[in-house]
Design a protein around this ligand. Structure first.
Ligand SMILES: Nc1ncnc2c1ncn2[C@@H]1O[C@H](COP(=O)(O)OP(=O)(O)O)[C@@H](O)[C@H]1O
Ligand SMILES: [Mg+2]
Length: 295
């Protein structure tokens, strides 16, 4: 499953090799290999319970794999703690919110800038007097269009604004890669376009590994897609390749057509559970050929 080329490829920032993770009898991640290349948004899609978050959490170090490796810029980080990986430039955003509700928006971003510089959050009192840090934090807030909310308590932000703040904090950490698990979850239609634009702007700074249910956003953003089903990647490729892939088409029953991207069983719902069973059936038909579905 691992690509034949074992030597360090400068283009590959994150190289996931044959990752496996079980929870009791549940195989949440089975021989998963995936690469995040410089300059790209690589989206990871799949039904509820497919193992997307489990994969992301193993990459960020929140969860230890049973076997397999994760390389960051050619260096094996599989045994590093989450904190060590974050320092190395690999920090997960979303689902684990970094936002401190009792602090105002600006203070939260300052903490993220500060976290990047390696000091601990506990020294905040001193940090708050540092003018360069303030300037930097304001600059990041301007980038996500939240500057006018600087002095609002984070707890008082709307849901969409909070998501922007989280994105801002991810930016402020200046990571080598953005690892985003459902950044648009709960964001309303009106705000989702602004969020999509913000996500698109991230890849100018660092490549993005994106788990997202909003298929309109995924298709608009992704340079490449990987489809995860029952812990296995059944296909990887460009949006066009994934749309045409017979296994994926069967799994999603036509939901990958233009203009109908949203009405899919990819959402967290009972429908997605029944899709998972359909996908199970489709996988048993295609087990012999899933290597060939990789692009
Ligand atoms: N901490 C855990 N303990 C036990 N089972 C888990 C745990 N985390 C995830 N799982 C199981 O692993 C599978 C994949 O879950 P998850 O990675 O959250 O999927 P996704 O993010 O694609 O919805 C599911 O069957 C889920 O119930
Ligand atoms: Mg998840």
């Amino acid at each position: 499953m691992v690509e034949a080329n074992d030597s360090a490829d400068d283009d590959v920032l994150i190289d996931v090799r044959s990752l496996c993770k079980r929870f009791g009898t549940v195989v949440a991640c089975e021989d998963v290999s995936l690469q995040l290349r410089r300059g790209e948004i690589h989206a990871l899609i799949g039904p509820n319970g497919a193992g997307k978050s489990t994969l992301i959490r193993q990459i960020s170090g929140q969860l230890r794999q049973d076997s397999g490796q994760i390389l960051l810029a050619g260096k094996d980080v599989s045994k590093l703690s989450m904190t060590e990986r974050a320092r190395a430039g690999l920090a997960q955003s979303f689902q684990v919110s970094m936002v401190i509700p009792e602090f105002d928006v600006l203070q939260n971003v300052m903490l993220a800038v500060q976290g990047k510089s390696g000091s601990t959050f506990r020294f905040f009192a001193k940090v708050s007097q540092q003018e360069p840090l303030l300037d930097k934090a304001r600059d990041f807030l301007a980038q996500v269009d939240l500057l006018d909310r600087s002095s609002i308590m984070a707890a008082e932000l709307s849901h969409g604004e909070r998501r922007k703040l989280e994105l801002c904090m991810a930016l402020a950490m200046e990571p080598k890669a953005f690892i985003l698990d459902e950044p648009m979850a709960g964001v309303g239609a009106a705000e989702s376009r602004a969020m999509t634009r913000l996500l698109a702007s991230l890849k100018l700074k660092a490549p993005v590994l994106l788990v997202e249910h909003d298929m309109d956003a995924v298709f608009a953003l992704a340079d490449r897609l990987s489809v995860l089903v029952y812990g296995r990647i059944i296909a990887s490729g460009t949006v066009a390749q994934i749309r045409q892939n017979p296994d994926v088409r069967e799994a999603y029953m036509g939901d990958l057509e233009d203009g109908d991207a949203c009405a899919s069983g990819l959402e967290d719902s009972d429908a997605s559970m029944s899709d998972q069973r359909d996908i199970d059936a489709s996988m048993s038909d295609s087990n012999d050929s899933d290597d060939e579905t990789r692009a």
